[in-house]
Design a protein around this ligand. Sequence first.
Ligand code: MOS
Length: 758
Amino acid sequence: MENLSTIGQSLSRPDAPEKVTGKTRFLTDISVENMVHGAPVYSSIPFGKFNNIDISKAEKVDGFIAFVSAQDIPGENQVGVIISDQPLFADKTVRYIGDSIGLAVAKTPGAALEAARLVKVDYDKKSPYLSIDKSRDATGNFIHKTNLACHHRLRNGDIDVGFAEADTIVEAHFKTPYQEHYYLEPQACIAFPIEDGRIKILGSLQCPFYIQKAVARIFGLPNEKVLVEQAPTGGAFGGKEDIPSEICARAALAAMKVGLPVKVVYHRFDDVQLTSKRHPFQMHYKVGVRNDGTLVSAKILLEENAGAYATLSTVVSYRAAVQAMGPYVIPNIHVDSNSYYTNLPPTGAFRGFGSPQAAFGHERMMDIIADKLKMDPMEFRLKNIVKPGSQTQTAQRLNESVGAEETIQKAARLAQWNSFNPDRSGRYKHGLGMSAIHYGNCLGAAGWHMDGSGVNIKILPSGDVHVAYGLIEMGQGAETVVTQMTADALGIAPSRIRVLPTDSAQVPDSGPAVASRNVIMTGNAIRDAAKKLLPVLKKAASELIECHKSDIIITNDKVTDNQSGVDVGFHELCDFMSRSNMSMEFTGWWHTPPLEYNAETGVGEAYFTYSYATHIAKVRVDTLTGQVFVDKIFAAHDVGKAINPAGIEGQVEGGVAQGIGWAITEDFIMDRGVVTTPNLSTYLLPTALDCPEVETIIVEKSEPDGPWGAKGIGEPSIIPTAAAIANAVSSAIGIQMNEIPLTPERVLNQLNKTEIKK
Ligand code: MOS
């Protein structure tokens, strides 16, 4: 029988028509009856104390309704998602320009902003810490109990023995910058008071269950009293992971105080100044290698600028630590990964959670070592690359789904790596750079306790199927793959399936929609639900057709008795079930497999599986202006199984564009804690003209624990890009470029320095 499954097919996105025709209503388009507006009041100094908040001028603003602050909180004044270090509203101490003091509520957005501006706060200033170095070296006047926000370490093998065995030891420093998420839709929500004391939140968000818990904590309520629904979300990238918890909780407090729905939409300037970004890293690598290119030992120090609050620094610090040396075998390795508080906006989750930073470290390092050894950078990588059965740097034995080597070889073949031999005599210097990475899927050992997700599949009498899931669509194509996986698991047409907007009341707490975990978690939960549902469908079908249930086959949207050949439509079966009082709703659940991991040494199974990728960047450097042009990116990704190839290409092209921005154009600048690049004329996102053709190569090394063999793609798509570009530029101009962004000024400076030395 012909199989009409859409797994592996580029089914088009169910959410696309409304989005491209402008019909989708995002938060800014939504207004509800009696809605009022909130605007944030925040600290204007980076570090200090305040005693008095004067709202007398704000109260006189036409339309002013209320001012909400710490004293209005009935429960715990705490919103820290992993470490409890962050008050929802500052309690006398402020730690960055943007730290929350209160929310001004008024009848119009303009009046709320005006009132917020007129709230006067008297500060006693303290001397702020504005860099990692200053924070690390502090001896008192700490930002919290200490300036160290969190720390992860890895101790595997004996690095001294390793360095003694090495023929060459190479050391280098690297620096990577901030990155602002710049989701096109800023932070936004509406909080509704419900008469029976419950609270409803509608928001542009990534993690409904984080918000549910955060709001419940502020009110001292059980979680079930808080209902969270996701509005269509115009980009997130990690920036709507924990941050919406703050914004929604403040809006909820205001809504309960004034008894009306309260809407909060951040203006772009406030969004950029107040919310999290990618952690800047400074890294020190010392790596020992044999003459034949075998890696033997590494000592790595990663230092991260956490900003004023830890937010998701623990996740960033952990990932960077366990992935610090990349997808290579290395028997002896020590890593210290330290996140330091500073009096700057908090840094947190951003596509990859510290992986792009660590990848910049290990992939620049691989090229620098290859250069020292006079080895081809690809050969050097292939010599050390992990394979099935290899151990990672944390001594985790890998299973069969290890496509690292194949991604290198396929990308290199397409890029014609071996025959690349540019003429470098002219003004423009051409270069090719390679970068290979691995990425632990889902939450890993550090977040294992909450690494389960659910779906609820409801069969309607019409034959329509509604799927509620706990993770979310934020532009990445989740709805599409959830549709495909549900259709395939049940043997029915995708057109029957409707994926519902994520709603905390519809599904059990499914953890955060992060870490490239949607396909694996939701896919496996769908398979679990189907396992419960199919026997019920078959039993019902055998009653309807009057045959043995073991003879029933459901495929290609038909329900068939394999003996007689009699078939009925799926909708007829559903109608029969509803008339026969049968169960028509099924919950599926999946938790990641157990991991053996020692948090003290960092040795063990850090993640149950890894995605692998290799990017090769082809660049052109204008030595007159210092400008870097990316001419082409070859991107090979081991995704286990491509559920939707076009969706994967979309993720890869998006990740590459964001990686180009971080590597070249995006230069996030602050002056004593004030962001001086708060808009698109000063913070340069790459445009279509900056984004080259991307050739995506899909490698499928099936993962036994992945649904249909699949692994994650959302974050792997950005992780190798910047290092590939920096490697290509370094090779083109013959200077090791160890800091990004590669702005014309930075490149020209390096070229000039080298000229002078010559
Ligand atoms: Mo992300 S950094 O997994 O939201």
